[in-house]
Design a protein around this ligand. Structure first.
Ligand code: XLS
Ligand code: CA
Ligand code: CA
Length: 436
């Protein structure tokens, strides 16, 4: 087999004092944190679409990156790219990958050719998975690139396109099962609208729910055991997407009886595009028991679009890992680097620097978060702040046994309550001490 990344050897943990840029300074897969190896806390995954298929193109420019596996012949390109992917992931030492059907097998002249390509390449992927021990975190289906999906897939005004999307997802589910995928993600890139003048919103939402129910039924039919995720994003490519944010996805799932079947796959950059913080979305999903998996990346404060940069912000990785620890950690999900190197980072080695930096940033985040967890740094404070709810009076309200008559009697008896400080600045200082 050819070597596609000859300048890089297996990336090792060398500790914080090393000067070797091609080594981990903080991520030590076997090191135990709160009794669990780091690798199991994160379940890192590489995204096939950005890492192997993203070649630096943007709306203004053609690809900038030249890769030895990106050859003209489609069959050879598919095969070489898959080989390169497993070489990269093995050298990096990640346990998982994620892909869309059309990342690994570009659509052919018709549905038959597309499916034949997919069947061929997933056979190769299965062998490489077996050879390397790398597993599939989740599979997904591209329902947004081809022109047939310009007005949506499951929300398209034309049932023939709904059907095409159904056939494509059916196949993607079969392929995900074949590869032992631990999950499957639905992201509605073009499920939304450009103008309400041509959109029957209520009907489109009903159709989207129908589509997801069909997927749930098919999952049962083929006995696919992976977890389903829906991934929120407010806009881009569509002006307004129906999977806007965690709360709107949650409401949608509840309304259509899908809440038992899908959890959320939260992407950091999508959270900020929705006008929330990544942390807000994590907390919302965790508080409602629907946090499934995470697409780890970041946006740029000065750019209002989906820049999909590699995560490097230690405050954010610390707080994210704190919420994930509070939740008890990932079960089926993990941290998928849905992130791309910049257009000017054209060396194959840049892909390693990007992933190493992100994995180290999360390792530092985990160490800080674990210490916060152990010390009860914020838990103690929260307990105190809400202590009134643990009194007999508070418990009576929480258990649903109190009425407005009780509120009146209590207030008439006790008079004006004493407000207490929220101590935000103190707590921000406490947090700073935990940043590794
Ligand atoms: C695009 C999304 C997409 C999903 C999978 O913005 O992040 O890549 O994760 O279709
Ligand atoms: Ca994503
Ligand atoms: Ca994104």
């Amino acid at each position: 087999m050819a070597e596609y990344f000859p300048t890089v050897k297996k990336i090792k943990f060398e500790g914080p004092d090393t000067r070797n840029p091609l080594s981990f300074k903080h991520y030590n897969p076997k090191e135990k944190v709160l009794g669990k190896p780091m690798a199991e806390h994160f379940r890192f995954a590489v995204s096939y679409w950005h890492t192997f298929k993203g070649l630096g193109q943007d709306p203004f420019g053609l690809p900038t990156m030249i890769r030895s596996y990106d050859v003209a012949d489609v069959d050879q390109m598919m095969e070489k790219t898959m080989e390169a992917a497993f070489e990269f992931m093995s050298k990096l030492g990640v346990g998982y990958w994620c892909f869309h059907d059309s990342d690994v097998a570009p659509e052919g002249a018709d549905i038959h050719e597309s499916r034949a390509r997919l069947d061929k390449v997933v056979k190769q992927a299965k062998k490489l998975q077996n050879d390397t021990g790398i597993k599939l975190l989740w599979g997904t289906c591209n329902l947004f690139s081809h022109r047939r999906f310009m007005s949506g897939a499951a929300t398209n005004p034309d049932p023939a396109i709904f059907a095409y999307a159904g056939a494509k997802v059916k196949k993607a589910l079969e392929v995900t099962k074949y590869l032992g995928g631990e999950g499957y993600t639905f992201w509605g890139g073009r499920e939304g609208y450009e103008t309400l003048l041509n959109t029957d919103m209520g009907r489109e939402l009903d159709h989207l729910a129908r589509f997801l129910h069909m997927a749930v039924d098919y999952k049962k039919q083929i006995k696919f055991k992976g977890q389903f995720y829906i991934e929120p994003k407010p806009k881009e490519p569509t002006k307004h997407q129906y999977d806007f944010d965690a709360a709107s996805c949650h409401a949608f799932l509840l309304k259509y009886g899908l809440d038992k079947h899908l959890k959320l796959n939260l992407e950091a950059n999508h959270c900020t595009l929705a006008g929330h913080s990544f942390l807000h979305e994590l907390e919302y999903a965790s508080a409602n028991g629907i946090l499934g998996s995470v697409d780890a990346n970041r946006g740029d404060e000065l750019l209002g679009w989906d820049t999909d940069q590699f995560p490097t912000n230690i405050y954010e990785t610390t707080m994210a890992m704190y919420t994930i620890l509070k939740m008890g950690g990932f079960t089926t999900g993990g941290l998928n680097f849905d992130a791309k190197i910049r257009r000017q980072s054209i060396d194959p080695q840049d892909l390693f620097h990007a992933h190493i930096g992100a994995m180290d940033a999360f390792a530092r985040g985990l160490k800080g978060a674990a210490k916060m967890h152990k010390d009860g740094a914020f838990a103690k404070h929260l307990k105190q702040r809400y202590a009134g709810w643990d009194t007999a009076f508070g418990k009576k309200i929480e258990s649903g046994k109190a009425t407005f008559d009780d509120m009146e009697a209590y207030t008439l008896k006790n008079g004006e309550p004493q407000p207490k400080s929220g101590q935000q600045e103190y707590l921000e200082n406490v947090l700073n001490e935990y940043i590794v």
